[in-house]
Each structure stands twice: as C-alpha cells, then as structure tokens.
Design a protein. Structure first.
Length: 105
C-alpha cells in the first residue's frame, strides 16, 4: 500500500493560483508514489498553523506533506514538522527528509 500524503497551502500566498497549486500538489504526490488524501488550506489569520497541520498529519498518519513552496511554511521547514513526516515542495521540487531523533549516547 502506498504511504499517505497530504497537501498544504496558504490561501493568502496562493491567491488566484490556489486551484493550480492544489493540482500541482496532488500530481507531485502521486508521481512520487504517495496516496494523496487531502489538502489542508489555511490563511494568514490561522492561529498556530503548524500545530494544526501536525494534528492532521497525525490523524491521517501522513508520511509526507506536499506544499507549493517554502513560502507556505514561512520560508523554512519547521523542525517539529520534520520530526513527524517528510516535507516535499513543488517549486523547487525538493524533498526534506523526516528527521529521526538522536540515539542516546
């Protein structure tokens, strides 16, 4: 079975290109071998969007979050998101691999 992935975007960043961004997210996820489940859409007014995104990641047990660009994540991949799943950007096409906790010394 293919691992699940969700899309993520910010409405205020996508603007009129939101439908196109959603199509690009879905296409890339499927091309990379994920089972695309849904797109999470927030706005600039969403309180603690990463925490809320992590709740969705946990609920669907997503292996990856696919987003149009790092602009949708405030130009940086949050460590707490990378602790939960891979983060894939459409432009530039790049996979930021999930980080595993350090082994005790």
């Amino acid at each position: 079975m293919k691992p699940p992935a969700i899309g993520y975007l910010r409405r205020d960043i996508s603007g009129v290109a939101q439908s196109w961004d959603e199509t690009q997210i879905r296409s890339l996820a499927e091309r990379l071998g994920y089972r695309f489940t849904k797109t999470v859409v927030f706005s600039e007014r969403t309180v603690d969007p990463i925490r809320r995104l992590l709740e969705v990641v946990g609920t669907v047990e997503a292996a990856a979050v696919v987003t149009p660009s790092l602009a949708h994540l405030d130009h940086d991949v949050p460590d707490r998101l990378l602790a939960a799943c891979d983060v894939v950007t459409v432009s530039p096409e790049m996979t930021h691999a999930r980080t595993l906790p350090a082994l005790p010394a």
